[in-house]
Design a protein around this ligand. Sequence first.
Ligand code: BES
Ligand code: MN
Ligand code: ZN
Length: 496
Amino acid sequence: MADSVKIDVQGFGPAKGGDLVVFVGDDLKLADTAASRVGSAGDLIGRLAPLERFKGKAQSALSIPMPQGLPVERLIVVGIGGEKDRKDLDWAALGGAVGARVAGRQATVLLDIPGVPHSVDGVADAVLGARLRAYKFERYKTKAKDGENEDGVTRLTFMVPDPAAARRAVKAREAVAAGVVIARDLVNEPPNVLSPEEFARRAQALAKVGVEVEVLDEKALSKLGMRALLAVGQGSARDSRVVVMRWNGGKDRAAPVAFVGKGVVFDSGGISIKPGGGMEDMKGDMAGAACVVGLMHALAARKAKVNTVGIIGLVENMPDGAAQRPGDIVTSMSGQTIEIINTDAEGRLVLADLLWHVQERYKPKFMIDLATLTGAIMVALGQEHAGLFSNNDEIAQRLSAAGEATGEKVWRMPLGPAYDKLIDSKFADMKNTGGRHGGSITAAQFLQRFVNETPWAHLDIAGTAMGSPQNEINKSWASGWGVRLLDRLVQDHYER
Ligand code: BES
Ligand code: MN
Ligand code: ZN
């Protein structure tokens, strides 16, 4: 939404007015540069800490109003915890904690952290954390309640030892933060507003950062033979779309990396209709597609040196007289036939045609799909990890590492012939559900039937993309999960 955080990076200098933010560990000691800037006001920390029960724990803070001897309104002391927290400092969470303490104010953040070596990447992550923490989705609130929506603009000046290098890193990470915001906005948007057509229109805005965007309408999709995807949308009054986004920042003719997103703008379940409770959450069933759009924005806006294809299938799953039924048999683009057992297992039908198309048409180095595919993944993993399924150990390992690095964690799940058998059908090549057990796995097996030799990974993000536990850098229902993960994967392994 509206940019409510203004960020600036400078060298160390005097802070004037507003808040001054400094950092201490659990010994309550400032680092050298910070200590010399704060001067005698630093003594206040040791005197006030016991009164306020401030122990320097990670993400806790002590606020000292009108500190004597400093020309600022408040000295904010943010804790970074003990040795363990410092060794593996979560810079994004730190930025989020800072952002929360100084929301709506002008603040100078003295990034001189005791016992933590300075890192340009760390500064960039702190900025990202501050920005993501400030995210709110308030487009549809017309009345401000007391104590809500009052923050206004936050102006943050980060003071660092090497402002020029830090500014470059920050600029790239701002592209990623903007990508996360795009993804969150799309997922939060109500389904009456965000039809497949409207979603496609919003994806077209990526042209501004240099992404080539192509929108395929139903006529084009039917010509391509995407009948499994089209079957999902046939009960909706709103036409389906597929959007192909290309960012070519790599070598000419180098094979692209591909990202594929499930974009069910609303999943009622179709004829196999869902129960009413919580059905409103199914506006977020396009979170995979939202992530792909956010990621494409991030890569293009930071001019990533890589060739990429993003493809999203935008459909609405609704029951009406034209809707598909249990018992129907559809022919997918691959030629394989699918017996529909449950019209609520619709995401895999969308992905089947997209994966096939991407593999045939773009011959990618690898393809990764993201989908709010199964409720079962939450039964298996809760909401801390996304489910990872892959036919390739290298890509799986790299995704796990990127997950650890960004905090967008994945957990690998099994695939295999015994599971695959569960989706054999009496009447067609396969059926779209595999029975009661291992629901996330049989869903992934289904997808794998549309993947040949291409290295592929499937991320089941039903638990992580929305309604997931809040943290220092996300207070929103929609988390924008996956943008940071995949940006990191690309940056670490696939840029020339
Ligand atoms: N979009 C849902 C999965 C989902 C559930 C996402 C809860 C986020 C939160 C998916 O289309 C679905 O309905 N899956 C079914 C599959 C079943 C019919 C085999 C499910 O998980 O129950
Ligand atoms: Mn469904
Ligand atoms: Zn769904």
